[in-house]
Design a protein around this ligand. Structure first.
Ligand SMILES: Cc1cc2nc3c(=O)[nH]c(=O)nc-3n(C[C@H](O)[C@H](O)[C@H](O)COP(=O)(O)O)c2cc1C
Length: 186
C-alpha cells in the first residue's frame, strides 16, 4: 500500500497542527508527502505530474485545515484541474478506480461543536461529504476522516498525541463499506 499525503495549508511555517503532522510524516518510510503550496506557490499546477503521482499510489489522503467548512483554495484548484474528464471519470477515466481516498483535517471548532446539536451543526463526515462524493464518483473507496479539533488551544503535548494518533490512523484505517457494492454483489 503506497500512500500519498497531499498537504494543503496556505501558511505551513505559521501552522502548528499541519506543520507538526507534515514534519512527522516526512520522517516515515513508505509515504509520499506532497505539499501543494510549496510545490505551486503561483497556483499553476502541473497536471501531468500530479496525475503521475496519483498513478503511483494506492491511497490518497488530503490533509488540510478546515477553511469555511471546506478546503483551502489551492486544493480545490488541484481537484478541479487534476481530476479530469477522461482521466478520473468518463471514458477511459478509471485512474482512481479502486484506490482509497481520505482526509486528515484540523479545525478551530471543538469536537463537541462538530456533533449534531453543536454550534457547527454537522459532523466532520457530514461537512466533508463533497470529498466523499468525489471518491464515490471516481470509483475510489472512502476512508473514515481523521480530525484534530480545537486547534487554537492545543498544547504541544496534545499536538504530539494527535500526531501519533494520525500515524496510527494511517496504519489501521479501513474504508467504509460501500452499500452500492453490496447490492451489486447480491
Ligand atoms: C480563512 C479561514 C477559515 C476557517 N474556517 C474554519 C471553519 O470553517 N471551521 C473551523 O473549525 N475552523 C476554521 N478555521 C480555523 C482553522 O481551521 C485552524 O486555524 C487550523 O485548522 C489550525 O491548524 P494549523 O495549526 O495547522 O494552522 C479557519 C481559519 C481560516 C484562516
Amino acid at each position: 500500500m503506497k500512500t500519498l499525503i497531499i498537504v494543503a495549508h496556505p501558511n505551513l511555517p505559521q501552522s502548528r497542527i499541519n506543520r507538526t503532522w507534515t514534519e512527522a510524516l516526512r520522517r516515515l518510510p513508505n509515504l509520499t508527502v506532497h505539499v501543494l503550496y510549496e510545490e505551486y506557490p503561483d497556483h499553476r499546477i502541473d497536471v501531468a505530474r500530479e496525475q503521475a503521482l496519483l498513478d503511483g499510489h494506492d491511497r490518497i489522503i488530503f490533509q488540510y485545515p478546515l477553511y469555511w467548512y471546506s478546503t483551502p483554495p489551492l486544493l480545490k484548484i488541484w481537484m478541479d484541474e487534476v481530476l479530469e474528464f477522461g482521466w478520473a471519470f468518463g471514458p477511459g477515466g478509471d485512474h482512481l478506480k479502486g484506490k482509497e481516498i481520505g482526509i486528515a483535517i484540523s479545525t478551530s471548532g471543538t469536537a463537541a461543536s462538530y456533533q449534531p446539536g453543536g454550534y457547527n451543526l454537522f459532523t466532520i463526515r457530514d461537512i466533508a461529504k463533497p470529498v466523499e462524493a468525489l471518491a464515490n464518483y471516481v470509483s475510489a473507496r472512502y476512508l473514515p476522516p481523521f480530525a484534530h479539533h480545537d486547534a487554537n488551544h492545543a498544547t504541544d503535548e496534545q499536538i504530539s498525541e494527535s500526531t501519533a494518533a494520525y500515524i496510527s490512523h494511517l496504519e489501521s484505517v479501513r474504508h467504509f463499506q460501500t452499500p452500492g457494492l453490496v447490492t451489486i454483489n447480491k
